[in-house]
Ligand binder design. Structure first.
Ligand code: IPD
Ligand code: CA
Ligand code: CA
Length: 253
């Protein structure tokens, strides 16, 4: 089975499940201060993990809610069953399902599905990125002063990010904080945002979105410059044209 077709179908079904439950009464618990999990996160992850195990029985899975499922092969699925849980809990429509497919340690395909928007972002390494089947490209903005950039942070981490937010507010045309890192990265790939940065993310937040950006012609790297390390969890993604200027601005706070 083609892994990209598989994760696209799976992300769509998990997104439909999230939408069906959006207006239901919600069980919300806190994993740590202001890090929420709902019954919908768990149901989405159960659906995704069950389907992967059926279709790819030897693959490993890294899922945000259920952790590591070790397989015997060299394939791995990296799953955020609901990225933007706080948005979801407030019925703010920017949330998504993010699934990446890795082989021999390299992400080969990614799908990010925002069900309320009905936007399916998909990328296969070497074959470009699409939204609902149409090819997407990063923006052509050449200077941060003309850019709309986006960031994210756990509310408990505002003290750290506040200074960076202020710095970019001084330099960029606009700064946003939308609350779903995977979707923010997809929006960079689609040319809506010109850059996105966030510290302390996890592989499931960024694996699919980083591939989307690269395949849309942009750059997904480390905040301090250099290559992205999925396990490290900090990312600066951009259209490539403003990557160096963003590294310089964030490095001078
Ligand atoms: C969170 C979102 C948010 C980001 C947080 C993430 P979750 O993921 O991506 O935008 O700022 O750092 O943890 O918990 O909603 O899957
Ligand atoms: Ca997440
Ligand atoms: Ca999540």
């Amino acid at each position: 089975m083609d892994p990209l077709a598989f994760i696209v179908a799976l992300a769509r079904d998990a997104g439909a499940l999230l939408c069906e439950r959006l207006d239901d009464p919600r069980e919300v618990t806190q994993k740590s201060p202001r890090d929420l999990v709902t019954d919908a996160d768990r149901a989405s992850e159960a659906l995704i993990v069950g389907r992967i195990r059926q279709a790819f029985p030897t693959a490993s899975i890294l899922g945000e809610e259920s952790g590591i499922h070790r397989g015997t092969g060299d394939e791995r699925f990296i799953v955020d069953p609901l990225d933007g849980t706080t948005n979801y809990a407030h019925r703010y429509p920017l949330f998504c399902v993010s699934i990446a497919y890795e082989r021999a340690g390299r992400v080969e395909a990614g799908a990010v599905y925002a069900p309320v928007l009905d936007e399916m972002y998909a990328a296969r390494r070497g074959f470009g990125a699409t939204c609902n089947g149409a090819s997407i490209r990063v923006s052509t903005v050449r200077a941060v002063s003309d850019a709309m950039v986006c960031t994210g942070f756990n509310p408990a981490g505002y003290a750290r990010n506040g200074a960076y937010f202020a710095k970019l507010s001084d330099h960029a045309q606009a700064v946003r904080r939308d609350g779903s890192a995977a979707l923010d990265l997809a929006f960079v790939a689609a040319g809506r945002f010109d850059a996105f940065w966030e510290w302390d993310l996890k592989a499931w937040d960024v694996a699919a979105g980083a591939l989307l950006i690269e395949e849309a012609g942009g750059v997904a790297g480390a905040i301090g410059g250099g290559v992205l390390d999925l396990a490290n969890g900090s990312i600066l993604g951009s259209n490539g044209l403003i990557q160096a200027e963003m590294v310089g601005l964030l490095g001078s706070v």
